[in-house]
Design a protein around this ligand. Structure first.
Ligand SMILES: *[C@@H]1O[C@H](CO)[C@@H](O)[C@H](O)[C@H]1NC(C)=O
Ligand SMILES: *[C@@H]1O[C@H](CO)[C@@H](O)[C@H](O)[C@H]1NC(C)=O
Length: 823
């Protein structure tokens, strides 16, 4: 540190020679990442820029890092800007001439910067007032027998409830049956991308894999924990692969290997982060990442393009083309109302997002929900933590937790699966996880039965990891065909988002020809990239409604999020539509949930359906993400069909019971979901104020004949749900009417007492206006509506019980913790 601070002065004296000897740092130098094609060598480019070639960026083909002294970098910056303009012009006209300096081979460039340290998903102390229950004697006997059969002498094993729970039976990862079959993770390597890994711990050293390890913070071979707080990575490593040797406990895959990739102990730039997540990617199979942007309920951050490219590079090139397995902790911002779709790592289709479950099977209040969450695994909460290895020769900890601890346990289960089926691709692993996850039923959670017969919830994804079923399913798994995708044009909306009880819906109809042309047979992930201008980001929420009735809450309002921007080219992701055909009308509903002076405009959106290909022979491999992917000025943008629709009071999310009559099919690779009878409407390529058929479809009269006039929207929900939605709305109207009468009476009383009060208020108007959105009337400035809306915020939610499903407020969690509502 001292050395680098004094460098500018020294370099004045001994400029060239010394600068070549000392490592370049951000104190004295600027760094640039460039993507070059085959027509230029990095040495040529270095000479042309007057910069030094620092080497290739990790394993990214054609990507190189260059450095030069800070005082010279403005010259290079303007040159790179020149190149950017040239590339743009060349794109438009092929006759645009070549440059004289031979730098046409520069495809992309970026000035690098150190970014804030990423945040560990560290344990949160949860107070539990419940008396810890005692172990059940038969379970303790069984645990002893298992330990003796497997020669486990590790003293911590009996406390490792996540492996075998003797108190709350069944609330563990169900792994011991796999070990008894002799499957313990041999041949698989999990890289812990974190703050280091104590390779000298007696509990880890036999499973430490140096070839896959690197310290990016110190640029050293051994990712040793150096700072006092560098304990996180070692604890995570112990969960995966603590050795069965009489020290502390054992890992989920105790004969597998762990590598350490140290990145969290100092700020690093995107080039190093990109290199880190591809480090040793032919040997490291799984990358376990228990970190990300801040979980404060106000951060919305995605990895930079280099890191995104590295992730794609990982799934395309890693593990000999089968793809690196990225496991990410969902995040600990549950109590701050955070949601894992605001985190670009967890909402990536390339990562497996893992939330937490406590030892009683309850929701730990810290664990974030989102539509991108695939599964949950056990962690702290419910009166206990995860017991694992710690930094030190023979040191253990009883205090590991947070979603940080859940991710590595899922990684351990995956390691066991890969040890019997090393040929599984990154997508097979996601399939098998969702196939074998055990649904979690919590009283307060909204569960949707998907068309492939799986239960999905935003809080628990497809459920908790069951290692035994995961490994059994893996054994005979038929590999899925390569990935294909369909991307819609940019859909222009450019309309004000109504406030309060309404949502602005925009539709896109996907027909079978589009899917056929895209070689797409069945949907896995869905991503929506969108732009919303808003003066307070935390007020907005977005739903994606699929053609088969599944609702993804892509984003939720966040109380803490004061950012005066909306969503800028943000990509949300959902795994809730997994297995659908993709055909039909998809709608994105943007809401501005708070009535205040902060308003916004829904500008545009674009959808990509990712899934399995029809014909594997013609499928192109996944391209690296391009910085122009989000150009909206492109010619094929179309005006989207939009409508303003009432905000169903809680959520139109169908419940499991609502969909009980849906044909459910066992899911396997061959299963194809049945198409719904719904007839999609062709989307007009011009602005339309009229709701599409999906809104005005004839209600199924069987349950409630004459209940719905045909102009009322059906929310794409089943009649049951519709009845429920309208009943809720009716209840609200009654409430408002009652409120109106109350105020009217109050006012009359007041007028009697004070005849000079000239305050005007009419009940009739109020009632009328409250009903207006239902009838699809819009654009009318509501008078009494202010009263209605002012109360909408609180009363909507409190009026009806059990309607706070999509609110992740601390209050609910708090109650839940207190009541000990666990299963
Ligand atoms: C757990 O593992 C056992 C075998 O050890 C298996 O019979 C059972 O089906 C698995 N899953 C559950 C949910 O119990
Ligand atoms: C959105 O905001 C940006 C930046 O403030 C502005 O340039 C743009 O015109 C806005 N778009 C709409 C449709 O309001």
């Amino acid at each position: 540190m001292r050395l680098s601070n004094s460098l500018p002065l020294l370099s004045l004296l001994f400029a060239p020679s010394l600068a070549d000897l000392l490592p370049r740092t951000y104190d004295t130098h600027d760094f640039f990442a460039l993507h070059l094609d085959d027509s230029v060598t990095p040495e040529y480019v270095a000479a042309a820029l007057g910069a030094r070639h620092e080497g290739q960026i990790g394993s990214l083909p054609g990507h190189h890092k260059f450095s030069l002294p800070q005082d010279q970098s403005s010259r290079v910056e303007s040159l790179l800007e020149d190149l950017r303009v040239d590339r743009k012009l060349k794109k438009r006209s092929s006759s645009y001439g070549k440059r004289g300096d031979g730098l046409d081979g520069v495809l992309w460039s970026q000035k690098l910067a150190l970014k804030d340290r990423l945040h560990k998903r560290v344990p949160i102390e949860l107070v539990s007032k419940d008396e810890p229950a005692g172990p059940q004697p038969e379970a303790v006997d069984r645990q002893k027998r298992i330990a003796s059969d497997l020669a486990i002498k590790d003293p911590l094993f009996q406390k490792q409830w996540h492996l075998f729970n003797t108190v709350q039976l069944g609330h563990d990862l169900n792994v011991t049956g796999v070990w008894l079959e002799g499957i313990t993770g041999e041949g698989v390597v999990t890289a812990i991308v974190d703050d280091g890994l104590d390779m000298y711990s007696n509990d880890l050293k036999d499973n430490y894999f140096p070839e896959g390890s690197w310290d990016f913070n110190e640029n050293a071979e051994e990712p040793k924990p150096l700072l006092f707080e560098d304990k996180h990575g070692t604890r995570c490593a112990g969960e995966v692969a603590a050795v069965r040797n009489g020290v502390c406990g054992v890992g989920m895959a105790y004969d597998s290997k762990v590598a350490g990739i140290r990145i969290l102990s100092k700020p690093i730039d995107d080039a190093d982060e990109a290199a880190a997540i591809n480090y040793g990617f032919q040997k490291n199979d799984i990358y376990s990442c228990s970190w990300g942007p801040r979980d404060d309920g106000q951060t919305m951050e995605a990895p930079g393009i280099l890191v995104r490219r590295a992730m794609v590079n990982g799934i395309v090139q890693g593990r000999d083309g089968k793809g690196s397995i990225f496991v990410f902790a969902a995040g600990n911002g549950g109590m701050s109302g955070d949601n894992c779709n605001f985190d670009g790592y967890t909402n990536s289709i390339y990562s497996i997002t893992v939330g937490a479950l406590d030892r009683r099977g309850g929701h730990p209040s810290y664990s974030e929900a989102c539509s991108a969450q695939l599964v949950v695994a056990y962690s702290s909460g419910g009166g206990d933590h995860i017991h694992t290895t710690d930094v030190g020769t023979d040191t253990c900890t009883n205090a590991h937790g947070g979603t940080s601890a859940a991710g590595p346990l899922a990684a351990g289960a995956i390691a066991l699966g890969l040890s019997v089926r090393p040929d599984l691709t990154w997508r097979d692993v996601q399939y098998i996880l969702l196939e074998t996850a055990v649904p979690v039923h919590a009283d307060d959670d909204e569960v949707q039965m998907t068309p492939i017969g799986k239960e999905f919830s935003h809080q628990y994804g497809y459920g908790k990891v069951d290692t035994y079923s995961f490994v059994q399913k893996a054994k005979n798994w038929e590999l899925v065909k390569p990935q294909a995708w369909y991307t819609s044009p940019w859909l222009r909306v450019e309309k004000d988002v109504p406030q309060g009880n309404q949502g602005l819906a925009s539709y896109f109809d996907v027909n079978s020809d589009m899917l056929k042309d895209a070689n797409l047979e069945r949907v896995e992930h869905v991503t929506i990239t969108m732009n919303v201008n808003h003066t307070r980001r935390g007020d907005i929420s977005v739903e994606l409604r699929g053609p088969q009735g599944i609702v993804s809450h892509l984003s939720v309002p966040r109380k803490n999020d004061e950012a005066q921007v909306g969503y800028v080219d943000w990509t949300f992701m959902s795994v809730a539509h997994w297995g659908e055909s993709g055909e039909g009308v998809w709608s994105v509903v943007v809401k501005d949930t708070v009535v205040n002076d902060n308003t916004g405009v829904f500008i545009d959106w674009r959808m990509t359906l990712w899934g399995v290909s029809i014909d594997p022979e013609i499928q192109q491999p996944h391209p690296l993400p391009d910085e122009h992917d989000d150009d909206h000025d492109i010619e094929d943008a179309v005006y989207a069909t939009v409508s303003i629709k009432p905000h169903p009071v809680t959520t139109a999310a169908p419940t499991a019971t609502d969909h009980a009559e849906r044909p459910t099919k066992p899911t396997n690779t061959e299963a194809k979901p049945t198409a719904t009878p719904e007839v999609p409407t062709p989307v007009d390529e011009e602005l339309s104020e009229e709701p599409t058929d999906s809104d005005t479809a004839e209600p199924t009269a069987s349950t409630s004949p004459g209940f719905l006039p045909s102009f009322l929207p059906t929310f794409g929900a089943t009649p049951h749900t519709q009845v429920w939605i309208y009943a809720s709305i009716a209840l609200i109207l009654v409430f408002c009417l009652a409120l109106g009468i109350y105020f009217y009476v109050q006012r009359r009383n007041r007028l009697r007492n004070n005849p000079h009060d000239d305050y005007e208020f009419e009940i009739i108007d109020d009632e009328d206006d409250a009903a207006a959105p239902l009838a699809g009337r819009r654009g009318r400035k509501r008078r009494g509506g202010e009263l209605y809306n002012a109360f909408a915020e609180e009363s909507d939610e409190e009026l009806l019980s059990g309607n706070d499903d999509d609110e992740e407020g601390p209050f609910r969690d708090h109650l839940k913790e207190k009541d000990g509502e666990h299963h």
